[in-house]
Design a protein around this ligand. Structure first.
Ligand code: GLC
Length: 439
């Protein structure tokens, strides 16, 4: 009996860390992360007073392109007069995204919700005069989209944030003021957590200080106490669930099991009418295929205008992206990273059970496309989203060699997609790839 009790006790201890928190097992984390891993596409929204002049969000005053006072004058022009959160959510859904992340507060400190911890919010300080987050969260949920909230930890308007630049009241080390600031951060985060129960928190602005100074570990634990299911990005000095490469498409598959590339459509996060350097929808679709082929998500950004309308160029991109994602849902959602690049010229994904292989071709082939090193037999090959059966044959399979033959697939011009063609390959079992003997 004693032994059994001891056994149970040690088991319990194993799952409990020093702070008395129950530690999550790998399986529990996988379960918690599942919707995120399956979602593949999210829409990022940078909406704030910076859209009034059409300038860089927060950084424009931090870097001295405009004074803090002039930056804040934009408060008067932020009307949200034509804001239709229902339309936003429908458009996001139409793009094929499964979640959205909206800026609740950027580095400038202007909150888009009715926070009781600071008067610097759009309800009190702008003609919008209402909470803009609440109706959006409601519409996302109505459309079966997951809710992500962006929150900047640093706050360049808060008098107790040491690294702020707007007055001469800059101070170096003052533990009382720093503690005040941490309390303020805690209050606002808890307010968001309790009010909206987001599926995901997207933190930013951790770079000024160490995890120790930010109390990052404590912060993530507090949030997990508020909602054990919530997903946290890792810009909490690493205390989070997934990596967030920014703008640059990774060359190789990143080491993080979960990751998300955040990316602008032009070169700006917020609305900047002067920035016409948009990527085409074709380029965005190809980047998206590349990202999911490496097992990641794409968080594609839009920057609404101060009146709450979304610029035409951005609407057009979301709609075109939607046509492609709708046609190719099987190859996108719920898949995992495909074959390493040596096996096929282009990205690929796999069904979770590894029996379906999807090949992404952003080119017009000059002959049959080829897969190297595939040990499986193929049961059927067709064009995803179109259904046309394709012919294939295997060449160079020497009966005495373990090296698989080359699998050639004929892809006629008539089935090519205008952006990225997807070929579905049904294997005879779990994918089995051949690798050169190491020596
Ligand atoms: C950076 C920038 C910020 C932007 C964010 C989006 O951290 O500071 O302006 O909101 O990236 O990923």
């Amino acid at each position: 009996m004693k032994r059994i009790l001891l056994f149970i006790l040690s088991g319990l201890l194993l799952y409990t860390n020093v702070n008395g928190q129950t530690k999550e097992t790998t399986e529990q984390k996988e379960k918690r992360m599942q919707w995120f891993a399956d979602a593949k596409l999210g829409i990022f929204i940078h909406w704030g007073i910076y859209s009034v002049n059409g300038i860089d969000e927060s950084w424009s005053f931090y870097n001295g392109y405009i004074s803090y006072e002039d930056y804040m004058k934009q408060l008067d022009g932020f009307t949200a007069a034509k804001y239709e959160p229902g339309k936003w959510a429908e458009l996001i859904k139409e793009s094929g995204a499964k979640y959205s992340v909206i800026t609740t507060k950027h580095h400038d400190g202007v909150a888009l919700w009715n926070t009781k911890y600071s008067d610097l919010n759009v309800v009190k300080k702008t003609p919008a005069a209402r909470d803009l987050i609440t109706p959006f969260v409601r519409e996302l949920r109505k459309n079966d989209l997951k809710v992500g909230l962006y929150f900047s930890q640093l706050d360049w308007s808060h008098p107790d944030y040491p690294h702020f630049t707007r007055t001469i009241d800059r101070y170096k080390e003052d533990s009382v003021r720093w503690d005040n600031f941490l309390q303020f951060r805690h209050n606002q985060i808890m307010e968001l957590c309790e009010k909206y129960k987001p599926d995901l928190f997207w933190f930013d602005g951790d770079w000024d200080y160490s995890a120790e100074k930010w109390k990052s570990g404590e912060m993530s634990e507090e949030i997990r106490k508020c909602d054990p299911k919530v997903i946290l990005n890792s810009r909490i000095n690493g205390y989070g669930d997934y990596g967030t490469p920014e703008q640059g498409v990774p060359i190789h598959k990143p080491e993080d099991k979960y990751w998300e590339l955040c990316m602008t459509m032009n070169d700006s996060w917020g609305y900047q009418p002067n920035d016409k350097d948009y990527k085409t929808s074709n380029q965005i679709i190809r980047i998206f295929a590349d990202v999911i082929g490496m097992g990641g998500n794409l968080l594609l950004d839009i920057g609404p205008k101060p009146d709450g309308t979304i610029p035409d160029e951005q609407v057009a991109i979301l709609k075109e992206l939607g046509q492609w994602t709708k046609k190719h849902k099987d190859a996108i959602y719920g898949t995992v990273a495909g074959m390493p690049p040596e096996y096929f010229c282009g990205p690929s994904t796999l069904s979770k059970d590894s029996t379906m292989l999807y090949l992404f071709m952003d080119y017009k082939p000059t002959g049959p496309v080829v897969i190297k090193g595939l040990k499986n037999k193929v049961n059927r090959i067709w064009v995803d989203g179109n259904g046309t059966k394709l012919d294939w044959n295997v060449k160079m399979k020497a009966y005495w060699s373990p090296v698989p033959g080359l699998l050639y697939i004929d892809v006629p011009d008539s089935v090519l997609d205008k952006d990225v063609t997807v070929i579905a390959v049904l294997l005879d079992g779990k994918i089995d790839l051949y690798d050169n003997p190491t020596k």
